[in-house]
Each structure stands twice: as structure tokens, then as C-alpha cells.
Design a protein around this ligand. Structure first.
Ligand code: ATP
Ligand code: MG
Length: 197
């Protein structure tokens, strides 16, 4: 499951859990983007902060893990590179599903190397409150659409709430509230120092 995860929230976790159950997946690998080219218009938190938040949020689930492939690859993140790297580390016998939300799926044909994407992975589009699921023109049999219990939570709203001094308890896991506070993320006009590795 690819995402910016700035921050990761319960909408992401419920979607991952639901897709894993539906397709009987052995593992869900969360892959925080490096520098997402689709979000060039806003400042995205440091990859290391987004990676650590994703680790904190998924730590208690034995079937969830986090990959550094996108965080460690220099340059903007393209899904084709993510899938190639994940394929390489899990081996050719692994069946790969790429989990994404209805909003991202709508742009999928515009992604780099769209044809090859569909050869490497089966795509799973999740419903998401406020985003219609149907997208005409997606290749038959390569994309499954799945209904997720509606949680109208977005990372943007979480960031705005933190900036406005409003609580985000229960929208994100407790450890994420604490990490955001500890690092001073999303406070207007301040950028937190880079984390050391
Ligand atoms: P932002 O508001 O900054 O765009 P976001 O909440 O959309 O952040 P992303 O990291 O961009 O989070 O999302 C990663 C993937 O998770 C996307 O494909 C998105 O559609 C999906 N997703 C995000 N929130 C939900 C939700 N509440 N329910 C289902 N899917 C979601
Ligand atoms: Mg988004």
C-alpha cells in the first residue's frame, strides 16, 4: 500500500486491514513515498518522519510491515519503481497487490508505464468518502474495487487540525499523536529539524 502517510491515519489502516481480509493476503507492506511528484505544491514532511510514523502505526499488527524502498530511492517516487523494487525483494513467485484509494485510482492511467504496472501487480481500488469509485477505461480483470467501511479521515484534515490547535486523538493511533507533538510537525510557520538515522 503506497501513500504519503503525512500522517498515517485510521482510514489507511482500516483500508489495509479490509483488503488483506478480502484477498486473504499474507502481508500488507506500507510504502511511504519518497518525494511524491503529485504533491509538489505543498511541503511534505521529511521522509524519515513519515516512515517512522508508519512504523509506529503498524507495529502491533504482525501482518503489517513497512518498506523503505521509496524513502531510500533518490528523486521523485514513481509507482513503477516501487513495484519493481518490491517484486525484487519478495521474489518472482509472490503475487503482488497494489492497494490504492479511489482518488489515486482515477489517475492511474496517467501514471508512468501504466501497461507494465498492470503486468506486475493486481490493483485494488478502495472506496473513500467523497470520492466516486467508478472509473471507465481501467483494464478489465486487472483492477478490483472494494468497499471500505467509511471513515472520512484525511491526512490533510489531520494536518490542518494540528495547525489550528485542534485534537486529532482517535483519528490517528495514539502513538502518532504523540510523535507529531514530540517532533512539532504541522505547526504553522515552523519546520521541524530533520531526524537523525
Ligand atoms: P492527503 O490528504 O495529504 O492527500 P491522504 O489522507 O489522502 O492524504 P495518502 O497518504 O495520500 O493520504 O493516501 C494513501 C492512500 O490511502 C490513497 O490511495 C488514499 O486514497 C487512501 N486513503 C486515504 N484515506 C482514506 C480513507 N479515509 N479511506 C480509504 N482510503 C483512504
Ligand atoms: Mg491523498
Amino acid at each position: 500500500m503506497g501513500g504519503t502517510f503525512d500522517p498515517i491515519h485510521h482510514g489507511h489502516l482500516v483500508a489495509a486491514s479490509e483488503v488483506a481480509h478480502h484477498f486473504e493476503l499474507d502481508e500488507v507492506v506500507f510504502v511511504p513515498t519518497g518525494r511524491p511528484w503529485q504533491k509538489a505544491e505543498r511541503v511534505v514532511s521529511a521522509p524519515e518522519d513519515r516512515y517512522l510514523m508508519t512504523v509506529i502505526a503498524t507495529a502491533s499488527n504482525p501482518r503489517f510491515s513497512v518498506s523503505r524502498v521509496d524513502v531510500d530511492r533518490p528523486g521523485p517516487t514513481f509507482t513503477i519503481d516501487t513495484l519493481r523494487d518490491i517484486c525484487r525483494s519478495y521474489g518472482p513467485d509472490t503475487e503482488i497487490y497494489f492497494i490504492t484509494g479511489a482518488d489515486a485510482l482515477a489517475h492511474i492511467l496517467g501514471w508512468r508505464d501504466a501497461d507494465e504496472l498492470f503486468e506486475i501487480a493486481h490493483f485494488v481500488g478502495c472506496t473513500r468518502p467523497g470520492h466516486p469509485l467508478q472509473d471507465p477505461g481501467l483494464p478489465q480483470g486487472k483492477v478490483s474495487l472494494i468497499e471500505i467501511p467509511a471513515l472520512a479521515i484525511s491526512s490533510s484534515e489531520c494536518r490542518e487540525r494540528v495547525g489550528a490547535g485542534e485534537p486529532i486523538w482517535y483519528l490517528v493511533p495514539d502513538g502518532i499523536v504523540q510523535y507529531i507533538n514530540k517532533r512539532g510537525l504541522y505547526r504553522h510557520g515552523e519546520s521541524p529539524p530533520e531526524t537523525g538515522r
